[in-house]
Design a protein around this ligand. Sequence first.
Ligand SMILES: [Zn+2]
Length: 152
Amino acid sequence: MFLFTSTKRFYITLLFLLIAVTIPIQAAAGAYSEYGPVEIAGMVLLYAAIGLIFIIPEIVYSLTKTEKLLKRYEVNKDARPQIQRQERARNGELTPRKINAKCRCATFSGRKGGSYRATLKSCTCPDFKERKAPCKHMYYLMDQIERSDSRE
Ligand SMILES: [Zn+2]
């Protein structure tokens, strides 16, 4: 399973891990001669730990059930406006450009030519921005993820 939904976080982690790896190499080449092996090992662990902290939210996100992610919004999903959004998501009104069930993200074409990027945490569409509640894009994405999960 590919755990990194956000490439930025992934790159930050990678950067810190690379620094961690280069420390013993530099030490072997004569750098950090004022430090002992324990201190050098500590530096390696410190950089590796900082790097890993950045992907923890991504790992948690990828392991959390889709339903639960949407539930954190305090909206009653059975309320009429929310049901309408779920119906719109299922009625083929949306124009998905890219759906990635693994990274749990999707891109949709907007009506006015722009595009919206949705995850189960947020969406860039005006509806979500205004209400901070799951929009039709997020419901659509959730359906797609659940469908792909049930196929595995
Ligand atoms: Zn949206």
